[in-house]
Ligand binder design. Structure first.
Ligand code: FPP
Length: 238
């Protein structure tokens, strides 16, 4: 069992952690439950995870809750996810506010049901001045789409003959102002990035764990941090 104190003396703490919360469906199937119960159990993991992240001084957590590719799932599952998001952003909002968490969103909300969109926008608005950890919810998000969008946003203000630069792309990403992504975690044994934070993960460390997302507890999180602390990050140097 890794403790906060061990983690803090072990090495650097990642400023920004991205998480691909995978394995809800398999978690439910293993228990003979409908998939939606896996998503429900997955949603309950988020708030304790933020507590664990705050305890060690992580500044931002980006969670992949729905990708642009997830629209290919059965409509009933998608509807269930919107209900779950509505539940999360309404029922947990007071708790989130009391912990000074700031919610931001990456992705496009335009195709979401109005009710879902509104609870998300309300949470963003009501937490915008909070100075605690940043919770970046990635909903209807795709990394490629984010980069294309960023370039298009820049084109709108482009001066004649001006060239695109890395800095300019960064300024129009959803994650502008957030610390660099240091650590990317994917649960459930899959070892791929699935269009998540493509630009941001250029120098991130990756930790893949077999644990299914609904089972991902403080111990699992601190193990991933411990793994990160063992890595030698050279950023292209020697
Ligand atoms: C991947 O598991 C998970 C998702 C596509 C959705 C992630 C959503 C949550 C963790 C809950 C969302 C709720 C809130 C409040 C954000 P999977 O369904 O692909 O699992 P499988 O690979 O085992 O089938």
């Amino acid at each position: 069992m890794k403790k906060k104190e061990d983690i803090l003396k072990n090495g650097p703490i990642p400023a920004h952690v991205g998480i691909i919360m995978d394995g809800n469906g398999r978690w439910a199937e293993k228990k003979g439950l409908p998939r939606k119960e896996g998503h429900q159990a997955g949603a309950e993991v988020i708030e304790p995870l933020l507590d664990s992240a705050m305890k060690i001084g992580v500044k931002a957590v980006s969670l992949y809750a729905f990708s642009v590719e997830n629209w290919s799932r059965p409509v009933s599952e998608i509807r269930g996810l919107w209900s779950l998001l509505e539940y999360f952003f309404s029922e947990k909002l007071e708790l989130i506010k009391s912990k000074k968490i700031r919610i931001i969103h990456s992705g496009s909300l335009s195709k979401l049901p109005p009710k879902t969109k509104n609870v998300i926008l309300k949470s963003i608005e009501e937490t915008k001045n909070n100075k605690g950890i940043i919770l970046n919810f990635c909903i209807n998000y795709g990394g490629r789409q984010e980069i294309v969008r960023s370039v298009n946003e820049w084109i709108k203000v482009r001066k004649p003959n001006e060239m695109i630069t890395e800095k300019k792309i960064g300024q129009y990403l959803y994650t502008r102002g957030l610390p660099e992504l240091d650590l990317m975690i994917r649960t459930s044994g899959e070892c791929r990035i699935s269009n998540f934070l493509l630009w941001q993960c250029a120098y991130a460390e990756f930790v893949f764990t077999d644990t299914l997302w609904p089972d991902f507890d403080e111990d699992s999180f601190y193990k991933a941090i411990g793994e990160f602390q063992k890595r030698e990050r050279r950023f292209g140097g020697i």
